[in-house]
Design a protein around this ligand. Sequence first.
Ligand SMILES: [Zn+2]
Length: 382
Amino acid sequence: MTEQPSPAAALVYSDELSQHVLNPNHPMRPIRLRYMHELMAASELLNAPSLLQAEPRMASRDEILLSHDPDYVDAVRAIGSGGIVPNMYEFGIGSGDNPPRPGMYDSTALVVGGTLVATQLVRDGKVPVAFSPAGGVHHHAMFNRASGFGVFNDAAIAIQKLVDDGLRVAYVDIDCHHGDGVQAAFYKTDRVLTISLHESGQWLFPGSGFVEETGSGIGEGYSVNVPLAPYTQDELWLRTFDSTVPPLVEAYAPDLLFIQLGIDTHFRDPLTHLQITTQGFTAAVTRLLELGRVNDGTVAVGGGGYDMGAVARAWTMGLASMAGFELPDSVPESFDAVAGLDYFEDRPGPVALDEDVAEEVERFAVRTVEAVKSTIFGRHGL
Ligand SMILES: [Zn+2]
């Protein structure tokens, strides 16, 4: 009898995660996850023996409280059940980014629970890497308020649970926006190294994530920010990544690697200005998985991503890398949820930049890398 090979990766997903609508014009469309899942199915990835599929569960109130204020959690619960919370603005709810809506508590608790299931699968040694694509988009959520589409910060909650169990965690966030909520949660500790590679807050929400934000107290040197200029493309983005992320993660030698895989860096993304392709994204994911191999495992979450075709392709490609599954070059014809997708890779990618723009963008990245090296590397013996 041949032994069943153990799975290489897990996907934590259910269609329930894709069914709510924040409001009719909101750019964050959970339906994007259903398109992603349909593409994973159409390309046979979901049939791969190397893939374990798991259902999310609701996070408990106590779990959400690991990284949130009880008054805020109760306000979200009251709004989610249709209650009137007159001071909801104090909790960041009511703005265009974070509209109050029925079901708000339950749908977010399910996202948090999905990320907790993924984390547990890795901790239990069931898989070396688990992906919770509905997670990560809440990376702006703060201790006592919603922010930037984020309500309950699933990454911060899952990481806090690991820290409470005595583990040291490296969190790497490649979303186009600064991962400010996760950074804030662990700003004063050396038990979590946070690294965020993003479009500079000079041009983009949330207006933070500068190199000078390095942590405080014993956390000094454990918050790392790698801001880039608008129009940065694959080659420079990956070069900047290579100069900063692997040396720091290797020097820190965490017990577990936690990665946030926002794809709003994509050149077709309507909200942002970096110009990354799905193949550039996948190259970064491959590097992160390589880094995670030396640890006890890797937990991956999704993140931003507002171009439906980019989200479906990038996260399918990312999961295929995790599972060691070879995708075809072309998007299967049976996948028609998003029109006009011929290939998984972007062919063609963005147009080449004018020389003077390219030089300016390059100078910005070089300055960032030099600043990270001079302010952070010494703390880690580099
Ligand atoms: Zn984002």
